[in-house]
Design a protein around this ligand. Structure first.
Ligand SMILES: [Ca+2]
Ligand SMILES: [Ca+2]
Length: 411
């Protein structure tokens, strides 16, 4: 009997060990943190655990729902990746096309402030809605304070309210990695190196990004970035439309091109400041270059810029202005010729069938015209695109997608 009891107890102990060990990971919504089985994040509480679990900063994460962080205001949210290299987020965070809203940070001594403080891993497919970030330190961005040798792609911040000291950007404070297909809207304020998307571009490649954020600062202030500061730094196929208010070294796209290059970019925002101001950039140093770039002389209020070519609003809305300089309107850019400025192909919302830019009544009229049409397929371009889910017919499922895109993509 005794042996039998022992076996029963052993059985229960094994049972408990087997089933309760995974509770160690129950702080997340599932997964084991590997590439094939990432930790799943479903709640604000789970999101806030990551920053407190430094041993997980090299793991894989995936968002499984939209998250509202408003219950973690001030200093209560745990920033992920708090320091420099040794305290960096080196893992992979896949937002899975979800959003995180109401991130609210108020940091006084922290030197790397954002949803992520210091990133040398990957962050992708994530949207931040209405973040409020306030820091009395440097390297401040709603998504990441500092990106070092990592990659951020398909990320955005809408309605940013970002305030910091130096190296302040709507999305990323200091960018010394790769930033692709990302954008920002809202407002950004700082002292030095302040940009709508990025505070400062170091040894970095920034590709197909844009900013509509308004920017203000003291020196090195730009619609997209405050400064490009490294010989290897490149900003390719980007644009900025926000208004820029600076002191010195202030421009519609880049405050100062210290080193590196801006290539195939444009800006349209109004620019104001005291010294070294220009429609596109305020100043270009010897190691810097601006190639095939433009700014709008009317909306910027500037007929001069040390780099770029000034064009009227009408010319800025004409495709040949850009194709004459070799811009790619097949795979990278698109334009409603004569109506809108060029935009990036990747940013066009699904239901924006017709010009002008944005999903409005003109697009709806085409949708209505194809209502209940079938069959839709490759032969008729899925009923001119109105079979949004490619199901073969235009019906309520497509209407739901259309409604979800309503008014998106307006200039
Ligand atoms: Ca449209
Ligand atoms: Ca359909």
């Amino acid at each position: 009997m005794k042996i039998r009891n022992f076996v029963v107890i052993l059985y229960f102990v094994s049972f408990a060990v087997f089933f309760f060990c995974p509770l160690a990971q129950a702080q997340y919504g599932g997964g084991s943190g590997t590439e094939n089985d990432p930790y799943l994040i479903r709640t604000a509480e789970q999101m806030n655990v990551i920053g407190a679990s430094q041993s997980d900063w090299g793991k894989h994460f995936q968002l499984r729902s939209d998250i509202d962080l408003s219950e973690y205001p001030g200093t209560s949210y745990n920033i992920i990746g708090t320091g420099s290299m040794n305290d960096s987020f080196t893992g992979v965070f896949d937002g899975n096309d979800h959003t995180i809203s109401s991130l609210s940070l108020n940091s006084t001594r922290q030197n790397y402030t954002g949803l992520f403080g210091y990133v040398s891993g990957q962050v992708m497919n994530l949207g931040l809605i209405n973040p409020e970030v306030f820091s009395q330190g440097s390297n401040v961005g709603a998504l990441a304070g500092y990106l070092f040798a990592g990659t951020i792609s398909n990320c955005y911040v809408e309605g940013a309210n970002v305030f910091g000291d130096d190296y302040v950007g709507g999305l990323v404070g200091t960018c010394a990695g790769r930033l692709n297909k990302s954008y920002s809207t809202g407002s950004v304020m700082g002292d030095r190196y302040v940009g709508g998307l990025i505070g400062i571009v170091g040894d970095s490649t920034v590709n197909m990004c844009y900013s509509r954020a308004d920017v203000s600062g003291q020196t090195e202030v730009g619609g997209l970035t405050g400064t490009t500061a490294h010989e290897q730094g490149v900003v390719n196929n980007c644009y900025a439309t926000g208004n820029v208010q600076g002191g010195s070294y202030t421009g519609g796209l880049v405050g100062q091109v210290q080193a590196g290059r801006a290539f195939n970019c444009y800006s349209t925002g109004s620019v104001s400041g005291d010294q070294h101001i220009g429609g596109f950039t305020g100043y270009i140093r010897v190691l810097g270059s601006v190639i095939h770039c433009f700014w709008d002389t009317q909306t910027s209020g500037w007929s001069t810029s040390p780099g770029g070519t000034g064009r009227t609003t009408e010319e800025m809305r004409t495709i040949t202005t850009f194709t004459n300089e070799g811009w790619d309107f097949r795979d990278i850019w698109t334009i409603c010729d004569g109506m809108n400025y060029p935009v990036l192909l990747w940013q066009i919302p699904a239901a924006d069938f017709l010009c002008p830019d944005g999903v409005n009544f003109i697009d709806f009229a085409l949708f209505a015209q194809h209502w209940l049409d079938k069959p839709c397929g490759t032969a008729n371009y899925y009923c001119q695109g109105t079979d949004l889910d490619h199901s073969g017919s235009v019906d309520f499922a497509d209407l739901e997608i259309f409604a979800g895109n309503w008014l998106k993509g307006l200039p």
